[in-house]
Design a protein around this ligand. Sequence first.
Ligand code: GLU
Length: 283
Amino acid sequence: MTAHHLGVETVDKSVASRFAPSPTGLLHRGHALSAVTAWRLARAAGGRFVLRIEDIDTTRCRPEFEAAIMEDMAWLGLDWDGPVWRQSERGPVYAAALDQLVAQGVAYPCFCTRSDIAAAASAPHGPEGPVYPGTCRRLDPATRAARLATERPAWRLDVAAALAITGPLRWHDEREGWQVADAMAGGDIVIARRDIGTAYALAVVVDDAAQGITDVVRGVDLFGATHVQVLLQALLGLPTPRYHHHRLLTGPDGRRLAKRDAGETLAALRAGGLTAAQLLASL
Ligand code: GLU
């Protein structure tokens, strides 16, 4: 019998997807859509599915929300391979990636406060809010050195300098097709926060590569964030996965679901008597 008859031609053990929630609140139906889509993609290919807790923001993450994520995954019947990764345990790896970017001359320290940035009158807005006006990129070396000696900075990516190294980049979205990475639109994003020493964009690309993720499944709200993640991958010599940005689910009021919508959390729906099968069928 040939491989075709056995149906094994679809088995691709190199495929790996992940569910990467932040334990800052209870999961809602939109998270279930991300988790089950990523799980099915991996399982259909005979590949790996991993669970990664994105808890770098120690000011907002809570252990009870991580416990709730585990309960929700068990209820949904979604199993994962290998140990659960916690980003809070990987600070030195992100610090090494930041050092690499600093050595490449594409990261600079930023001493601006939120109100400094908001006050920059003409600040245009990108997908993630006001675009940083580049104040600290233009600091003269002596001032920068003096401030570095006494202040703890955030670190920003010098997007123009980075693109000068990488040249134009492309990435693929399953629904939208090939995209030209438009990293300039978001401006010089923070790649290491002053308080926690890293930031989402840096940690996510480092971990997607470290876990061998071939397929990133997540909500379309993160579509715009992908451009700069692809730029970071190119700078750090990491592969770019395939992206699957799915639609966002809305609540009864037509607004997109957020962690604040208490009635739409998986915990509340379960408590109300909904079964996992009913929930999955409704997505
Ligand atoms: N941790 C992010 C969130 O919970 C998801 C990151 C990602 O999937 O790339 O919104």
